[in-house]
Write a protein that binds this ligand. Structure first.
Ligand code: BGC
Length: 832
């Protein structure tokens, strides 16, 4: 429908009815309005899968690799296919709006949601994000560019005020959002934080550049609970306050309009935008054109498996990979993450996957009947105990694997009772008299020793084993953060000595105090074997086997929404484990299972190092494809990995007096490393395949005409905005010098050493991938969009291109650029 037609519809509604639409109906739904043919719209997180309206482990979702793995693809086509997969999951689950992608940046390696963000480089994040958006929206499902803007860390995330200069905002943090608008995104989510003194849901940045200069015609939805001011946010270009049904708009906003505090046309514009969204997703007038569809058979899983291999980054390879199955007799698979990998980060992005393939499964499946697989878990990681799962316990009533969930009145009368799979229940069913949630299970003790049990939640809680009280306690709610209250409340643990083979009857209860959420978490951890023995068993297995694969990673509770990280060290004795295994077997492959950077102090001792990131449900299948050469590891680092946290140039995530200063300005990621003169362990863009390449020649026109207007002296504003103008064509000739066919990501950077304005030492300006057979020479054509030559001129507040000599560099990472050329940029008033 046209804007005029929608405005006409809006004109039929009175003020109350219009304002009513601007706050959600429920946590995940918007309101319907029969008078204009508007139905409810369902929103769902995002970004690694589509959860749907319920936090219910019985309603699984396909789990994609997390965003840092997607940032490693450097492949818009594959990112778009994954976007399509999200759309089809959304249709299957009746979801109209997917709350993805996250377009904030890897400003520091410590960011709690680093795993959920695509890259440290704005252009790589922009291209990957835009591809995801196109894929999602191709099926009539809305994507959401979030969180607008400067929401790059978690500490004090609800209140934090980011101080960032205008040029840095434009060139770095806003750039991926601008690309999202160019890609036609239907929603933008305003962030919790403030920028330069104003909270984002009331910020002028929602009007300019978002809706004005960039021409965004979709709706701005708030992050959940982020609208806190009535008139200010309504006057700003905030359109929809989520969640509902309550919020700071409603009657207060009606009153503000009536008293003249907020113009009614601002309300009309919001409603038009909401109806535009509804029209796009099929929630207005005649129904959704597309019937719910699922991907046929194994296609979705095959795509996920391909994505795992394509996002896996090979950091180092001393001729160990790929492994030749026919020449292997045995493989030692070592580490806790081999059998219990981290598939996703924690927080609102979480979904419940089914059919998970662990690294150990993947390797076993591939080697079945061909080589022996020895598994040694290694020492305990010291992380938090995991919630009860069906492999560990039974429902005391039915004996089925899993737990019994009951809701009781204050007098202990049962209101509901159901079988569930997990000891982590985030939305136990609510009835009017509900007072206590109870989770019980029979845990069969595999070994004798000290078992540790835990219960988490706000309010009063208790846990008993075999009738003996172990935990009695109370947590008062101490935060406003929904990611903590509803997803990860505090836990209390206690231990008890149990004999082996004992059916331990565990009963945990949590009282439902008002305003404390409903989440209950019950955990049980088996006694840990002697760490020295576990270590020596791992080393023994490595020594015996032809090859050792050690899977290491971060543990539950770190890499989570709601908290930043404080250390990049692998937890427990994992560093010691890797060093010992590598010393025992030079053919040791280390697989790092984390969403963001960790320190790899043993990296020069390992035969090969792979980053699997948080790979999603096909983790082990994709890993086996890479290990045994069925697929090349396709990933390139979307973020620079330092050797040690202490070396990283930007690490501050803790606000001072509520303020976090982005003092590094334009210089984040590899730009900061370049400026500091420090050498990281692995540069942005780095990643090996299974062949080698020689970069032979770089060709670019020696002159380039920039069409961004006059010098500004004549008063003309002849600029093309950020996006227009002619691209700079760069051709890179390279040869596959190895013995295998391969894919190479050819990267082009720009530098402007003699600039009159401050610049990064160099910045990514374009990239493309090529494939070649052994010995074959190919030419990569890389387009450098004109915007990559522009800087934001804060004096005249527009994009400018400096005339003069520019360096064009090409190669395989920000730190390995063997080819260069000079291009002279001439300013032309000859506008195209
Ligand atoms: C997160 C968003 C998420 C929303 C809804 C917020 O706490 O920051 O990314 O989409 O919750 O779950």
């Amino acid at each position: 429908m046209t804007r005029e037609a929608l405005l006409k519809l809006v004109g039929t509604l009175d003020l109350e009815r219009k304002v009513r639409l601007l706050t959600g109906a429920t946590v995940w739904r918007t309101r319907a309005e029969a008078a204009v043919g508007l139905r409810e719209m369902v929103f769902s997180d995002g970004p690694a899968g589509v959860r749907g309206e319920e936090w219910d482990e019985r309603l699984p979702s396909l789990l994609l690799p997390s965003a840092s793995a997607l940032g490693s693809l450097w492949d818009a086509q594959l990112a778009a296919e994954l976007g399509e997969l999200l759309a089809l999951e959304a249709l299957r689950k009746g979801v109209h709006v997917v709350l993805a992608p996250t377009l904030n940046l890897h400003r520091t390696p410590l960011g709690g949601r680093h795993f959920e963000c695509l890259a440290e480089d704005p252009e790589l994040a922009a291209r990957t994000g835009a591809a995801l958006i196109r894929g999602i929206q191709a099926h009539g499902v809305a994507a959401t560019a979030k969180h607008y803007v400067a929401n790059d860390s978690e500490t004090e995330r609800l209140a934090l005020d980011v101080r960032v200069d205008e040029r840095t905002l434009r060139e770095v943090y806003l750039a991926p959002f601008e690309a999202a608008v160019r890609a036609g995104v239907w929603l933008v989510m305003s962030a919790y934080n403030g920028v330069n003194g104003t909270t984002m849901t009331a910020h002028e940045l929602l009007a300019e550049p978002l809706k004005g200069e960039w021409g965004f015609d979709g709706a701005v939805v708030s992050d959940w609970g982020a609208v806190r001011l009535t008139a200010e946010s309504a006057e700003a270009a905030q359109d929809l306050a989520m969640p509902g049904p309550d919020g700071p708009w409603g009657a207060a906003l009606v009153a503000a309009v009536r008293s003249g505090g907020v113009p009614e046309r601002a309300i009309d514009d919001k409603v038009v935008r909401l109806l535009t969204l509804a029209d796009r997703v099929g929630a207005l007038g005649v129904g959704r054109g597309l019937p719910p569809r699922a991907w046929p058979g194994g296609t979705a899983r095959r795509l996920l498996r391909r994505a795992v291999a394509a996002g896996t980054v090979l950091l180092r390879n001393e001729d160990v990979l790929p492994l030749d199955v026919s020449a292997l007799r045995s493989v030692a698979v070592i580490g806790r993450h081999a059998s219990t990998p981290r598939l996703q980060g924690e927080g609102s992005a979480g979904v419940f996957p089914a059919d998970v393939v662990t690294p150990l499964d993947g390797i076993r499946n591939r080697l079945r009947g061909q080589a022996e697989v020895l598994h040694a878990p290694g020492p305990d990681l010291g992380g938090r105990p995991r919630p009860l799962d069906p492999a560990q316990c039974e429902n005391p009533l039915t004996g089925e694997p899993g737990v019994l969930l009951r809701v009781l009145t204050a007098h202990g009368r049962e209101l509901s009772s159901e079988h569930r799979h997990s000891g982590r229940q985030l939305e136990p069913p609510l009835a009017p008299e509900a007072h206590t949630v109870e989770i019980s299970a029979v845990v069969r003790t595999a070994g004798e020793g000290k078992w540790t049990f835990g219960v988490g939640g706000y309010g009063r809680m208790s846990l008993a084993v075999d009738g003996q009280p172990l935990v009695e306690g109370e947590f008062a709610r101490d935060t406003e953060d929904p990611a903590v209250i509803h997803l990860d409340p505090p836990r209390q643990h206690a231990s008890v000595w149990l004999p082996a083979g004992h059916p331990a009857h565990v009963v945990a209860r949590r009282e439902l105090a008002p305003d404390t959420g409903r989440a209950v978490v019950v955990t049980a951890a088996a006694p840990e074997p002697d760490p020295e023995q576990a270590l020596s068993e791992a080393v023994g297995a490595a020594r015996k086997a032809d090859v050792a694969v050690v899977v290491v990673g971060t543990t539950e509770g770190s890499e989570s929404e709601g908290h930043d990280r404080t250390s990049l060290t692998l937890p427990g004795r994992q560093d010691e484990l890797v060093a010992a295994v590598a010393a025992a077997n030079p053919r040791t492959v280390v697989v790092v299972n984390s969403g963001g950077p960790v320190e790899l102090p043993w990296r020069d001792q390992a035969g090969a190092v792979l980053l699997s990131w948080f790979p999603g449900q096909e983790a082990g299948a994709g890993l086996a494809d890479v290990l045994f050469g069925r697929a090349e590891p396709g990933g390139r680092l979307p973020t620079t990995w330092g050797a040690a946290l202490a070396d990283a140039p930007v690490t501050e995530t803790r606000p001072r007096d509520g303020t976090l200063v982005y003092a590094e300005g334009l210089h984040i990621g590899y730009r900061a490393w370049l400026r500091s003169g420090r050498e990281p362990a692995y540069w942005f863009g780095h990643g090996l395949g299974y062949t080698t390449w020689s970069y032979d020649r770089l060709q670019a026109a020696s002159t380039h005409d920039a069409h961004d207007g006059h010098d500004g002296h004549d008063g003309h504003d002849g600029h093309d905005g950020h996006d227009g103008g002619e691209a700079l064509a760069v051709e890179v000739r390279l040869r596959n010098t190895g013995a295998r066919p391969g894919r190479e990501v050819v990267q082009v950077y720009l530098a402007r050493p003699d600039s009159a304005v401050e610049r990064p030492v160099r910045w990514l300006a374009g990239f493309t991938a090529v494939r070649a057979e052994p010995g074959e020479t190919v030419t990569a054509s890389v387009e450098v969009p004109a915007r990559m030559l522009r800087h934001w001129d804060t004096e005249v507040r527009r994009w400018r291109t400096e005339a003069g000599d520019w360096q064009v560099l090409a190669g395989r990472s920000a730190g390995d650029l063997p080819l260069r050329a000079t291009v002279t940029v001439r300013r032309s008033s000859n506008r195209p």
